[in-house]
Design a protein around this ligand. Sequence first.
Ligand code: T4K
Length: 368
Amino acid sequence: MNKNILVTRSSMPDFDEYIDEIRELWDTHWLTNMGVKHQELERELKAYLGVPGLQLFTNGHMALEMLLQVMKLEGEAITTPFTFASTTHAIVRNGLTPVFCDIREDDYTIDADKIESLITDKTSAIVPVHVYGNVCEVEKLKGIADRHGLKLIYDAAHCFGVKYKDTGVANFGDASMLSFHATKVFNTIEGGAVCFNDEALRDELYFVKNFGIVDELHVKTVGGNAKMNEFAAAMGICNLRHVDAEIAKRKIVYERYMERLDGVPGLKLPVTQPFVKKNYAYFPVVFDPEVFGESRDRVYDRLLAEGIHARKYFYPLTSAFECYEGHFDPKDTPVALKISESVLTLPLYSDLALEDVDGICDVILHRA
Ligand code: T4K
């Protein structure tokens, strides 16, 4: 193909739309610390996502890390190793021990049926990931968390706009983290949020992201700094106006991949989950080398040679990271290990041309 195609490409508003949005910041000189753009975006996102509570953060990772902090968790958190570094690091950076549970073969989310055997008297939380925008088994997970008195905190970084049974997915569990990174379906350049039901969390999250400061004389928590600035919030306000159109365009790209690759022996394509409204965030393909005749790594290399940068999200498993060497055994989660060694996420973004999708499929299928 001889063309540089990356795994994704940030959605952006028209230049003039963004300039109009930030113009007033030159009048006020108010650039951060929960200014007008921050407040406006928070209000608009609450309405769009249909959540009772939402706090913005500087990125998804700090949102999750600080959420775990205000939950005052101790001991162990049951989670999945088939995720981005952030999920595991947020747990560890809070002084908690991650206990890795295997994932489901069909949608790659945590296998709820394997959680209870991992619960000990030290377990304080379950931290599942709605990976690729696939929705976890939310009802089962709630049942387990309630039965054992555990907090249920979702990493919903991939899930902007996803609904389950007509409910915004960030409503499930005690709280959910969303990422608004440049690579996500909805972006604020860098950014993130925590969505929650319990109103008590609102103040805790508000204070912790601003050094724990209550007012000029009172500091009530050992907080940090994870505030979203006004330029990022303004980007979010603009992008939110177009996000439905962006998701609709992603759907067209996604469907073209499905059309071209469905039924090819040895390829496992994304699942369609019942009752789920998708956001078409990722297009993961799992390669069975025995049947397809080539490994994931071989296909990755062939695509790269044509300038197509598919990504091995999520390889290696977080439990195999060198920073955790000697602490975990990736073989304890055999399904996750197998998927991480055979999955490739193909380029997917709203303005990816259908001819390029065809070109990518031709390379995969040796028709180029
Ligand atoms: N939990 C989960 C499950 C996550 O997946 C993530 C983030 C988090 C938590 C943490 O949320 P944040 O703190 O990031 O808000 C990228 C993203 O940086 C990361 O946000 C994302 N997950 C992860 C899955 O993907 P890399 O290391 O692959 O990024 P990079 O720089 O290689 O970019 C990938 C492609 O995106 C580039 O090839 C081109 C495109 N791109 C990238 C940037 C930076 C753009 O089009 N515009 C850009 O500005 O991690």
